[in-house]
Design a protein around this ligand. Sequence first.
Ligand code: PAF
Length: 281
Amino acid sequence: MEILRTVVELRRWSRKERNDGGKTIGLVPTMGALHAGHASLICAAAASCGAVAVSIFVNPTQFGPNEDFARYPCSFDADCALAEAEGAHAVFAPGVDELYPTGAATFVDVEGLSNRLDGASRPGHFRGVATVVAKLLIAAEPDRAFFGQKDAAQVSVLRRMAVDLRFGTEIVVCPIVREADGLALSSRNVYLSPDERMKALALSRAIRCVEALTAGGERRAGALIEAARQMLAVAAEIRVDYVEAVDWGTLEPVETAGPGTLFAVAAWVGGTRLIDNTILG
Ligand code: PAF
């Protein structure tokens, strides 16, 4: 597996694989600290693309001033081993200056969508995500890019961006991967104390509750939101950020849940902000 450090190296690798090798190119953008959720993305990429690159870059522009950029978990050697074991052919791990050269002043803002859900409580977050993913797509020129459903609002923003900017890259979404007890995998789960780890199960329980209610015929978004809020109100350590039922395409709130409704929750468990969701069928 190759380790690539510059945009020129990544583009050269991608073009060589496509032009000389006749391969389709898959890109799995990550911020490292890889877990089984990322492994499922790499595995899906390897199953449908002849050449797969995993990017590992903790993107400063998607973190707010008081967020965890400086302490974001890092495990580069283990990440490379996992990426290779899951079928990646290259890891792209640039420095900050490579993606944000001195004086960088160009950003991608997906208007409207960027201010919804996580974008409302983390101003500038989706602008940073869209900007870095645009840079990665321009550099790697992939046929497909793979993202997890856990970041469902991010997926909406990136799909809109990929269409609007005519990237020609298919945005592939892979299911949420969960621990045996239901907790959605996240690189930030390592921040949780054993007690917080137990309390964090309230998020997946809230999601399961909504799935059960909708399976039983409940369609009123207000009733679903109220039920989820009750599931999250089990511990003082849990502070709800949002509980929303929205259209997954536009991220606009819906009154009646139905196919394509994204039901999403975000909550602080102690000092750690976690998210979870379900897409109603
Ligand atoms: O989902 C993530 O890990 C990040 O937001 C992404 C897409 C790699 C952009 O930095």
